[in-house]
Design a protein around this ligand. Structure first.
Ligand code: ZN
Length: 270
């Protein structure tokens, strides 16, 4: 999302909406679809940012357009001559002739238009890459929870922006089993996890995101990310662990496919 936000900032800052075509009305979570279509034209995009997995377009007014891609959403900026693809749910036409297309095969993605972004993202936890998120802050947050660490890291109200791929990768780098109880980490272990989370996220941003074989993730110009070759355990079940050679295992934790090395990732303290 960080990669996509940067692309959209570069491509869209200063652009103005001319009309909105809503092809699947349930994609618009807030307000009603026809209100969005009538209110957006004439508004300019002042900036594009990210909070957790939400993209936030700051508009003139001021108001805010928030977009969550969920499982299969894609956002692309295209020149307006071509018809949008058959999975397009909302097409934002721009005065300069381009269009911002929100496509979504599975239709779980959502668009919100609000006066205050906190109406949508107000209950998200801290950003792991924010300068004020420290190892001590992570340790404090972990110590308050007894449950398994992986579902905790995926909980956006605890920590914002970590998805399934980067959680598995960070736990491997930190040498922590996904079912390890959060409040049993030593200070050294939570410091390792802090460093691992940042390393994994920064590497993914350097590689412009992760596009798996199902090819859902695309940047704003339709290109895949390059991070898949850097993944250590995610989607590598049955392959040797890059550290010790033991075969990577796959299990399900909290309903999510989970990949780990049974030798390198410790289930118990120490
Ligand atoms: Zn290993």
């Amino acid at each position: 999302m960080e990669t996509l936000a940067g692309d959209l900032r570069r491509l869209l800052r200063g652009a103005e909406f001319s009309s909105v075509e809503i092809l699947w009305s349930r994609t618009v979570a807030m307000p009603a679809a026809d209100e969005l279509a009538s209110q957006l034209p004439g508004r300019r995009i002042l900036d594009v940012g990210r909070r957790g997995k939400f993209l936030i377009l700051s508009l003139s007014g001021p108001s805010y357009l928030l977009i969550h891609l969920r499982m299969s959403g894609q956002l692309r900026v295209e020149h307006g001559n071509c018809p949008p693809d058959r999975h397009a749910r909302v097409v934002f036409h721009l005065v300069d002739g381009r269009q911002l297309i929100f496509s979504d095969t599975r239709k779980f993605g959502r668009v919100y238009w609000v006066d205050d972004p906190d109406l949508v993202v107000g209950d998200l936890g801290p950003e792991p890459l924010a300068p004020d998120f420290t190892p001590e802050a992570l340790a404090a947050l972990l110590s308050r929870h007894r449950g398994a660490i992986k579902p905790l890291l995926l909980n956006q109200r605890v920590l914002a922006g970590l998805g399934n791929i980067y959680t598995d990768e960070a736990l491997f780098v930190a040498g922590l089993h996904p079912l390890r109880k959060a409040n049993t980490l030593s200070l050294a272990e939570s410091e390792h996890l802090y460093a691992a989370i940042r390393q994994v996220l920064l590497q993914a941003i350097d590689n412009r995101g992760t596009t798996l074989a199902d090819a859902r993730y695309r940047d704003a110009e339709g290109r895949p990310g390059l991070n898949v070759g850097s993944l250590r355990v995610y989607h590598r079940a049955g392959e040797p662990c890059p550290r010790c050679g033991t075969l990577i295992e796959r299990t399900v934790v909290g309903g999510r496919g989970t990949h780990f090395c049974p030798c390198c990732q410790s289930l118990v303290d120490g």
